[in-house]
Design a protein around this ligand. Structure first.
Ligand code: NAD
Length: 367
């Protein structure tokens, strides 16, 4: 079988980590046909828009894409090209895997947390009212009339939206992921004690969905308590499911627990479409220097292989990456004890080392 995949290199360090990832994916022996697409500044230059229809059409056709990070130019009119892409394709679940690997410097051991973040609404609904606008004045009047609450006239307002439909589908996604991947527990994170209606709806919906999954334990935890428990005893968590805004920073917190952005893979998934991409951004400070760590994007490639049903190849590629990290020789400077260590290798050499491991007979492997 040949998989047709939309390949978006992105910009900044994107093309470097994307090419390294393409090479290791091909070395697994799985057959790919790559459909190259551009978004972001390159698309702006070529097509006059940051998010061209040709890229969207390619993803809709192929249903699966792998993507490098994309810079959002300041003052572009887009809040973020990435957010716009997820919204247009209704990729409602942001999935981040945060796992400690031997060889990555972190005080934590045995962390293996899956973060499932709602991607489409919450505080990032994109509905905002500017200070001093006529719409804001109308809104403040409506609030005063219906609740008796007087909001100061010099306010700006951002809406936090939680629907039953979006809450239900994200919690179902978390439970389905848990069931299909041998996970034992789902924890819904919220502030329903304060936000009684929006987070209350999220929590009640999570409780309702949990009843459909008797084989998986369900708990809920307040956001503030979760932050403290993640730092104190992260190994107690398995799958976390969160509304959009909380999911944004809890997924970065979890990436920090396991050693940072260089090893944090991710995916944005909808009903029948998915884009796999590293958590990190375009890292303009090190772009074009062959210094970017490609592991996060390679591990996103592992997630893509699992999504495609190629579990054997996914396991082999993950093992090869884990062995390279554990040996600590062919790794980029961010994975060295001393970031100035001159033995650090470049992005493409990491790919060479992973490919060498992949092609090595199991008996000769070290880790
Ligand atoms: P960033 O993740 O690009 O960089 C933060 C720090 O981490 C930098 O010091 C960088 O050098 C380092 N870093 C990041 N990736 C690395 C890697 N693979 N190897 C080694 N070091 C790495 O975050 P930022 O600077 O806040 O964002 C830069 C741009 O990226 C912004 O325009 C932002 O909008 C965009 N961004 C895009 C995505 C995406 O495409 N999904 C995600 C986040 C940020």
């Amino acid at each position: 079988m040949v998989y047709r995949i939309t390949f978006i290199p992105g910009d900044g360090v994107g093309p470097e980590v994307a090419e390294a990832t393409r090479r290791v994916l091909e070395a697994t022996g799985v057959q790919f046909q790559w459909d190259d697409a551009v978004i972001g500044s390159q698309a702006q230059e070529r097509f006059g828009t940051l998010l061209p229809e040709s890229a969207l059409e390619s993803i809709k056709r192929n249903k699966v894409a792998i993507k490098g990070p994309v810079t959002t130019p300041i003052g572009s009119g887009f809040r973020s090209v990435n957010v716009a892409l997820r919204k247009q394709l209704d990729l409602y679940a942001c999935l981040r895997l945060c796992k400690t690997y031997t060889g990555v410097h972190t005080p934590y051991k045995n962390v293996d947390i899956v973060v499932v973040r709602e991607n489409t609404e919450g505080l990032y609904s994109g509905i905002e009212f500017a200070k001093d606008s006529p719409e804001t004045a109308e809104l403040l009047e409506f609030v005063a009339r219906t609740t008796g609450e007087k909001i100061r006239r010099d306010s700006a307002v951002s809406l936090k939206v939680a629907s039953y439909m979006a809450s239900r589908r994200i919690v179902k996604f978390a439970f389905e992921y848990a069931r299909q991947n041998g996970r034992k527990k789902v924890t819904a994170v919220h502030k329903a004690n304060i936000l009684k209606f929006s987070d209350g709806l999220f929590l009640n919906t999570a409780r309702e969905v949990a009843k459909e999954y008797g084989d998986i334990e369900f708990t809920d935890m307040l956001l503030d308590a979760t932050c403290m428990q993640l730092v104190k005893r992260p190994e107690q968590f398995d799958v976390l499911v969160l509304p959009n805004f909380y999911g944004d920073f809890i997924s970065d917190l979890c990436a920090g627990l396991v050693g940072g952005l260089g090893v944090a893979p991710g995916a944005n998934i909808g009903n029948d479409m998915a884009i796999f991409e590293p958590t990190h951004g375009s890292a303009p400070d090190i772009a074009g220097q062959n210094r970017a760590n490609p592991m996060a994007m390679m591990l996103s490639g592992v997630m893509m292989l699992r999504y495609l049903g190629e579990r054997g190849s996914a396991d082999r590629l993950e093992r090869a990456i884990v062995e390279v990290i554990a040996e600590g020789k062919s790794v980029t400077s961010d994975l060295k004890d001393d970031p100035n260590d001159s033995s650090a290798v470049g992005t493409s050499q990491v790919a060479d080392a992973v490919i060498e491991k992949l092609l090595m007979p199991p008996a000769r492997r070290t880790a």
